[in-house]
Design a protein around this ligand. Structure first.
Ligand code: SAH
Length: 256
């Protein structure tokens, strides 16, 4: 690729703890002259940006006013075409939910090169922070990453079908599930036992992380009682029983 090809780096900022950034991400952030930043990106990550860099916050937390997607895409393209080193910084991994795929398509359609830097996705960090593996030879043979927030009813997941798959020994990791927690709990109970273990992790990897564990039948009531809100990951599956087999939680380093 020629050095003059306009390029946007879609960079995964990880779940929050800056120590979970990749070296490639740090290099791209340091080189950027313009950064477009989602609101799930922690301040600790932004410390790697140059002082002279222009930082544009384009957050879109569920339920709040957000920067229109079309504006974000237009701004990225315009800055890249001006020759700026543009980094689009997204929470977790840029290609796990969060519309990274749509942004890449839009940029490529305009002849702008897109380089993607993986990040540690929130689902991975959330489960690990509990000291639980995502797979385990005795409890889970695979993982499903799903979203509780679909674009319209037609696109919504059929929870009883997912429950049936989870009952076969798959761990279910649900992003953006807090707003629809009652519906997803009801759907999952059609295919999973009421005592299936569940965990909810808010702000995974950050000092303010909070997590609760309960059974599937207690899920919505527990989240409501404990005041857990977005951003949070809901984990469902027998793999959480591995937690009960451990003598003590595996020590995790969290951001200071
Ligand atoms: N690309 C991101 C996901 C974006 S969708 C990734 O790979 O992680 C936004 C959802 O991600 C939130 O609603 C929440 O479900 C989850 N999320 C992101 N950061 C999180 C964190 N630190 N702790 C818990 N959940 C998080």
């Amino acid at each position: 690729m020629s050095r003059t090809t306009p390029t946007v780096h879609l960079v995964g900022a990880g779940p929050g703890d800056p120590e979970l950034l990749t070296l490639k991400a740090v290099r791209a952030i340091r080189a950027a002259t313009v950064l477009l930043v989602d609101d799930l990106v922690s301040d600790g990550v932004l410390r790697y940006a140059r002082k002279s860099a222009r930082i544009v916050h384009v957050g879109k937390r569920g339920g709040c006013a957000s920067t229109p997607q079309a504006f974000i895409e237009k701004l990225m393209a315009a800055e890249a075409l001006k020759g700026e080193r543009v980094v689009r910084l997204k929470g977790g991994d840029p290609f796990v939910f969060g519309r990274g795929g749509e942004e890449a398509q839009h940029l490529r359609a305009q002849g702008i090169a897109v380089e993607v830097v993986n990040g540690i996705t929130a689902g991975l960090a959330a489960v690990t922070s509990l000291g639980v593996p995502l797979t385990h030879r005795e409890h889970a043979h695979g993982v499903m990453f799903v979203t509780g927030h679909a674009r319209g009813d037609a696109a919504a997941l059929h929870w009883p079908t997912l429950a049936a798959a989870a009952a076969q020994g798959l761990t279910l990791v649900i992003y953006m599930g807090i707003a629809t927690i009652e519906a997803l709990q009801g759907g999952l109970l059609q295919g999973l036992a009421p005592d299936t273990p569940v965990a909810v992790v808010q702000h995974a990897s950050l000092p303010q992380q909070r997590d609760v564990q309960c059974t599937l039948s207690e899920l919505a009531a527990t989240v409501q009682r404990e005041g857990i809100c977005s951003p949070a990951i809901i984990v469902v599956g027998d793999v959480l029983r591995a937690l009960q087999c451990l003598p003590a939680p595996i020590a995790m380093t969290r951001a200071a």
